[in-house]
Design a protein around this ligand. Sequence first.
Ligand SMILES: Cc1cc2nc3c(=O)[nH]c(=O)nc-3n(C[C@H](O)[C@H](O)[C@H](O)COP(=O)(O)OP(=O)(O)OC[C@H]3O[C@@H](n4cnc5c(N)ncnc54)[C@H](O)[C@@H]3O)c2cc1C
Length: 528
Amino acid sequence: MSENAADLYDVIVVGSGGGLIGAYAAAARGLRTLVIEKTEFVGGTTSYSGAGMWLPGNAAEQRAGLPDTRDGARLYLDAIVGDDSPASLREAFLQAGPAMIEELEKNPRFGEFQFLGVPDYFAGQPGALPGGRTIFPQDFDRGELGDLEPLVRRPLWTERWGVDVESTMVGGQALIGRALLAFMETGNGTVLTNTGLERLIVEDGAVVGVQASSNGEPVTFRAGKGVILAAGGYERNAELRRKYQPEIGDEWTQGCEGNTGDALTAGIDIGAATDLLEESWFAPGLVVPDTRPVFYTSVWSGIWVNAAGQRYMNERLPYDRAGHEMLKAHRTSDASPLPTHWVFDQRQIDNESAFAAALPVAPDVPGWFDVEKFIAAGVLHRADTLDELAELIGVPAGALTKTVDQYNGYARTGKDEDFGRGEAPWDLMTVYLGGAHTDGPNPCLGVIDQGPFYAAKIVLSDLGTKGGLKTDDHARVVRPDGSVIAGLYASGNTMAPVTGRIYPGAGGPIGSSMAFAYIAALDMAQKS
Ligand SMILES: Cc1cc2nc3c(=O)[nH]c(=O)nc-3n(C[C@H](O)[C@H](O)[C@H](O)COP(=O)(O)OP(=O)(O)OC[C@H]3O[C@@H](n4cnc5c(N)ncnc54)[C@H](O)[C@@H]3O)c2cc1C
């Protein structure tokens, strides 16, 4: 066990995804800040992401001339979140988001964020904006990172498919690269990779440090002002998944390997309250030939059917809503949609970009979409007729044909009588991504009649679990009786979510994870 003066910090941040923003804010205020990261890379799932940030009322939105106000965003969150998170926590988020972006933009390492319109996910609710509230970091030149570059978690497509790392960092890579550099340039920051939290050190009821394992050796670090638990969710922990999300398991998640719920457990062990542990940021996943899912935002054509060969939802719902629908249908119906069969015709295959466009963060992975490879891996089936296809995927033949006939009828009239597909701005946006595929009356409803026919496998995947340690409005972790555990903060997927059970718009997870890490840093900075 090592402990010496060098192990004393003001602030310790556990986990290096959205938590890096809190680390930067603390270090920029002169606090000696240590980030410990369990894996060999900095960035977590945040570095895999598109780095959309849902932060209503921020400066980038204002520059784009968006008519957003805090009142409008409050109305929207009140309507869709309801009682699943305290209104005061939402208020803290709405206040901190714009302030945080204003502060980050003052540092050229972050540069200006940019607003790109992604419709809010609950169209028609009070305060929902058709153009959304999502902002993104600008691309970043990898070379600027110098010696820090090898620390940044590789892009998903490099880890999974061996695609060469590009000189320009995009999305989450750019966000993490920028944040890491800004943090280190404060002169007050230290990052230790391969260093995982094992337990929290408590003295007189307050958290004063962490015990960790660094490259296999036990180490202790003390924090004069506090510890932020920003270690993601528990998506990669099979036991916790069985406990809190028994139907889902850990095999389909897209969260990063380090996210095994260590910080959640450490918080529970010292008496922290938790909330919404049964929730995830859900996303249907298209299973590809390595038999793992990819985050697939929406179908360009075709329909989704359950084990009975029936549709059960609008296949263009925003991904988290689609995931919740899958779960609901699984729980309430005898014909489970887990997995779902995505049935489409040759048109979808002929439009390769219709697959690629719906993958929010994939570059051109050479040859990734090879029909024969999909079929050989058993994740795609092909048949000349719908009845033959039904036999291949094990659904009643007559039922599948009937479902397709009925859907084709809706496509011809332009009205999806069952699920209203093609009515919301998000539905329409996904048409633009893949290009129009029908000149029929509803651009989201193209007929399925041009064989051969296909069925792909869609599973209930997630971008991380969502429930976690309960906090107050300053991101301070609380006990079940509401009292604050002094010195302990939580953010990101380690924290019980400000958005309750819903995903308000693109960038919900990262926007809130950054904002609460920032709030925690501010709280510590004002402590004497
Ligand atoms: C392909 C993809 C695209 C996405 N796109 C978006 C998007 O555009 N916008 C958006 O808002 N969300 C997006 N998401 C979801 C989002 O990326 C995550 O939900 C979010 O990044 C989680 O942030 P976090 O800081 O809580 O955790 P992470 O970013 O995962 O960081 C947690 C870190 O903590 C480390 N850690 C875990 N345990 C310990 C320990 N014991 N000690 C030390 N360190 C530990 C982990 O190794 C990890 O590095 C996307 C997800 C995926 C997979």
